[in-house]
Design a protein around this ligand. Structure first.
Ligand code: BTN
Length: 316
């Protein structure tokens, strides 16, 4: 586990070198950051070990080659919450361990790859390097019946982040997948502990195919858009959108409508668990259930896993 020992100094050095573009005298870094020359040197060495190319001359330090890193020091606003692994079994396991250890601290667990990435319904999640694999530990303080709210908020934030980072029209797909060009781009997995009727904590797992190998029926941002998308930028955009929703108790009444406006599910044919056609998707209820128009103006709510949408009318 690579938890940053001196994240603030490291973060400030990267920021300063990036801002300056050219050489930054070591003495200036020491003054700006209030640390010794040795401390600056140690942090520069750590950054080099992480893959940044930093030149040192008499004139000072210079960033020769930057990195699309998702280490904590790249996210000054969140770095105390970030735990980063080069590889782990599943960020969900690490997130749940942290939550169970107590302290009610929020965490953002990231991994470059996962040995046992997991998805919904017991499926595995292909987790090779190049993807974004993240689990957030949150304490929604919600009733069990409202467990879908953080999930929907994460879906909205992720969809918006992908659209902004790429300019591509990604769409949410009920219950909470993200599709691009008719293929699955990302998935969100909620796992939580409840006590009585109340959620004690929740781990929200986000898997986004950015520039990694994907399974059948899936796509990556690279494959679908032809663009190199920065994982750092994507995560930053996601957190910028998710955090305010979290702070406001997960969007209240407007969240379902926002989710639906970003979804490709409107009017799609819906099937029940046995594969029988039950009607057309009409909306999403506050608890995340799919509202299906079953005929003659009747609308029925189907909970997660109780219905599926046909592929036919999926947006491109
Ligand atoms: C789905 O089945 O659509 C949900 C996939 C969720 C995958 C992510 S990757 C990060 C986190 N760690 C895991 O093992 N799974 C989730």
């Amino acid at each position: 586990m690579a938890v940053n020992e001196k994240p603030s100094t490291r973060s400030a050095i990267v920021e300063s070198l990036r801002r300056e573009g050219g050489y930054v005298p070591g003495t200036r870094l020491c003054e700006e950051l209030g640390v010794s020359r040795v401390a600056v040197w140690k942090q520069v060495e750590a950054l080099r070990a992480a893959g940044y190319r930093i030149e040192s001359e008499r004139k000072g330090y210079r960033l020769v080659q930057d990195l699309d890193s998702i280490q904590g020091w790249e996210f000054p606003d969140y770095e105390s919450r970030i735990v980063h692994y080069a590889q782990t079994d599943s960020t969900m396991d690490r997130a749940l361990e942290l939550a169970l250890a107590g302290g009610a601290r929020e965490w953002i667990v990231l991994a470059e790859s996962q040995r046992k990435g997991r998805g919904r319904r017991g499926r595995t999640w292909k987790s090779e390097p190049g993807g974004l694999f993240c689990s957030l530990v949150v304490y929604p303080g919600l009733a069990l019946a409202d467990f879908a709210l953080p999930l929907m908020a994460a879906g909205v934030a992720l969809c918006q982040a992908v659209r902004e980072a790429t300019g591509e029209e990604a769409w949410l797909e009920w219950p909470n997948d993200l599709y691009l060009g008719g293929r699955k781009l990302a998935g969100i997995l909620p796992e939580f502990l409840s006590s009585g009727e109340t959620i004690r904590f929740m781990a929200l797992g986000l898997g986004v195919n950015v520039d990694n190998r994907v399974g059948e029926g899936a796509t990556s941002l690279r494959a679908a858009s032809g663009k190199r998308v920065s994982r750092k930028e994507l995560l930053r955009l996601f957190l910028e959108r998710f955090e305010p929703m979290k702070e406001s108790g997960y969007g209240g009444e407007g969240l379902g409508e926002l989710w639906w406006s970003l979804s490709s599910s409107q009017g799609r044919a819906a099937l029940d668990e046995e594969g029988n056609r039950i009607g057309h998707a009409k909306g999403i209820a506050r608890d995340g259930s799919l509202l299906v128009e079953t005929g003659r103006g009747n609308v029925r709510a189907y909970g997660l896993g109780k219905a599926a949408l046909t592929d036919k009318e999926k947006k491109k």
